[in-house]
Design a protein around this ligand. Structure first.
Ligand code: C5P
Length: 210
């Protein structure tokens, strides 16, 4: 099968030396790419900036901004059987990037932000993607309820939800504990390394009903 996986944070420039980002390490997405490749699949990883090594045998497109990730995903969907959108895409970006470094002339500075394009939300409705679609949901409360809402709204086949308020799992850590949300049920994967969680997610992804 052919997998497309997004990973990592995005960087939204404020001026030539500053940007908005988040604490995503990219580990979950890179582990998914490695696990899918290990299982013999063709894998394209589209990732924002991380400190990680691209797993051997995985095709790689580095991006920085949400817009670049959106464009790369849209352009690379041909022939993809399973898309797993795991990146922590910035929800907002500065309306404009200052051409020169912003100087500290004033006590307060207001940054005007606008929504970034919703990649997961565009997969079916804008890109016409008809393969298996897996989204991620990082929540701090009502994890299953919010995850299920995302599954329906974004027309996913499965949403991998995790509670990022729990210490030691999820964002910027080596372990994770997730719940796989399907249209008709949930399945809990207990706390484990991101590599072993990734192997289980890939197994579930390959047997999604059509
Ligand atoms: O709505 P929320 O940002 O929590 O959704 C998270 C899911 O949506 C993840 O799968 C993430 O990769 C994807 N996403 C996206 N494009 C965005 C924001 C989130 O693909 N602009």
């Amino acid at each position: 099968m052919k997998f497309l996986i997004t990973a990592g944070p995005t960087r939204e420039p404020i001026d030539p030396v500053r940007y908005l980002t988040n604490r995503s390490s990219g580990r979950m997405g890179y582990a998914l790419a490695g696990a899918a490749r290990h299982d013999g699949h063709e894998v394209l990883l589209i990732s924002g900036p991380t400190t990680l090594d691209v797993p051997p045998g995985v095709d790689f497109i580095p991006v920085e901004t949400a817009q670049q990730m959106y464009d790369a995903v849209r352009d690379m969907l041909r022939g993809v059987d399973v898309a797993i959108l795991c990146a922590a895409v910035a929800d907002y970006r500065p309306v404009a990037c200052a051409e020169q470094k912003i100087k500290k002339h004033t006590d307060k500075l207001v940054l005007e932000l606008e929504r970034t394009p919703d990649i997961l939300g565009s997969m079916r409705s804008v890109f016409g993607f008809s393969g298996k679609l897996i989204g991620f949901a990082a929540e701090t409360q009502n994890v299953v309820e919010y995850g299920r809402d995302k599954l329906v709204r974004k027309q996913c086949d499965m949403v991998v939800a995790n509670d990022v308020s729990q210490p030691g799992i999820g964002f910027d850590s080596r372990e994770n504990a997730v719940v796989l949300i399907y249209p008709d049920r949930e399945e809990y994967l207990e706390k484990d390394s991101k590599e072993r969680i990734a192997m289980q997610i890939i197994e579930h992804a390959t047997i999604l009903p059509s």
